[in-house]
Write a protein that binds this ligand. Structure first.
Ligand code: KG4
Ligand code: ZN
Length: 355
């Protein structure tokens, strides 16, 4: 069937059940979501323990584990939903951005299912997935809103004008916030992934012990830069280690966390103010951070801005957010069998290159 006809037939249905797969990094995930908001089944197999001994994700090992685990998480999601493949209206898959080999495993698996079961396949941008996690956690959320997207590989502020329509208001010029957390955690000797471990260490620390340089002081754009902060923190850690190998790491972690969070928050609220938006949404793995969430809570009350962030389970990588994004963007059309993984797929690109 022609893809436009397939999508039309889908949209005529009262309830649409999408089954999605996510394999862009080190989580192998499958989920089943009804009408973009109601999660019927959600299974995540995290490879964190496997990659921990290497201090970060090893792409080839990630791909091999995705291949082994995709059928298992698919089975789990179906079991939880009490459904079979025959009940699925459309499949969806993360086709980028991410690790190319890892993405290919999910794309190939989903293409196989779509072909064999004659159901449409909707390709999804991973970052669009992170934004859409909020449609699950907040059933009433609708665009337009400002979204601060903070993950391991991306940090940006988007104006979400409509479902699937984004304008980038600011982005990082170097490292992503999650990358900075992971790097400093590693230098402090904490296990991968660094973000949650650094947050835990910071709990007992004094966040005013150290001050770090602020990037772009006095400039008016909304971009981020974390590499200067990262280098300053590494140099400080080396200096403190030389002075006393048992220096207070919790103070360092708390001060560093505060520096990252305050920059993220400042630009996000400034974006809302400039665009006259009264809704701010957080997305991506780093928005699991408790300080980021509590600071955003505090300022949203102060400025009278409605704040939404996903439940913790939907902050880090999962497939429910991919199914939700697929539901809200299916009018773009569905993929053909030559769908490929695109490791640098851009969320603000007008027409997804994969359709
Ligand atoms: O969105 P995500 O699961 O994967 C990517 O798409 O990159 O984000 C993973 C990132 C990692 O850098 C991880 O350290 C960070 O999110 N992260 C956190 C926290 N939980 C996860 N960073 C700070 N605080 C946390 N609680
Ligand atoms: Zn992610």
């Amino acid at each position: 069937m022609h893809s436009a006809q397939q999508i039309k037939a889908l949209q005529d249905k009262k309830d649409i059940i999408v089954m999605a797969f996510e394999s862009s990094c080190d989580e192998t995930a499958a989920a089943i979501v009804k009408n973009g908001r109601e999660v019927l089944g959600n299974a995540v197999y995290t490879q964190i323990a496997i990659h921990r001994e290497f201090g970060g994700v090893v792409p080839e090992i990630a791909s091999r584990n995705h291949v082994a685990k995709l059928p298992i998480v698919a089975e789990q999601a179906l079991l939880e939903a009490g459904l079979s493949f025959a009940d699925i209206d459309a499949f969806a898959v993360t086709s980028g951005p991410g690790l190319v080999g890892a993405l290919l495993t999910g794309v190939s698996y989903a293409k196989g299912l779509s072909f064999a079961l004659k159901k449409p396949l909707i390709p999804v941008n991973h970052m669009e997935g992170h934004v859409s996690a909020n449609f699950i956690s907040d059933q009433d959320l609708e665009p337009p809103f400002i979204c601060l997207v903070v993950s391991g590989g991306h940090t940006s502020i988007l104006l979400v004008e409509d479902y699937g329509k984004y304008r980038e208001l600011g982005t990082t010029r170097d490292d992503a916030a999650g990358e900075a957390f992971d790097k400093i955690a590693r230098v402090l000797g904490l296990p991968y992934p660094g973000g949650p471990a650094l947050q835990e260490l910071a709990k007992g620390g004094n966040d005013e012990a150290y001050t770090f340089p602020k990037a772009f002081k006095g400039e008016t754009h909304l971009d981020f830069s974390f590499s200067g902060l990262k280098t300053a923190a590494i140099n400080l850690i080396r200096k403190l280690e030389r002075q006393d190998p048992d220096f207070n790491k919790a103070d360092l972690a708390a001060s560093f966390q505060k520096a990252v969070v305050s920059t993220l928050i400042k630009n996000a609220f400034e974006a809302a103010r400039r665009e006259g938006m009264d809704k701010l949404v957080l997305a991506g793995g780093v928005c699991a951070n408790t300080l980021l969430r509590s600071e955003a809570d505090r300022l949203s009350k102060k400025y009278g801005i409605a704040l939404t962030y996903p439940k913790l389970a939907y902050c880090t990588d999962n497939a429910a957010m991919i199914a939700s994004a697929a539901y809200f963007t299916m009018n773009r059309g569905c993929a053909k069998l030559d769908l490929n993984a695109d490791p640098s797929l851009d969320v603000t690109g007008k027409t997804p290159a994969y359709l």
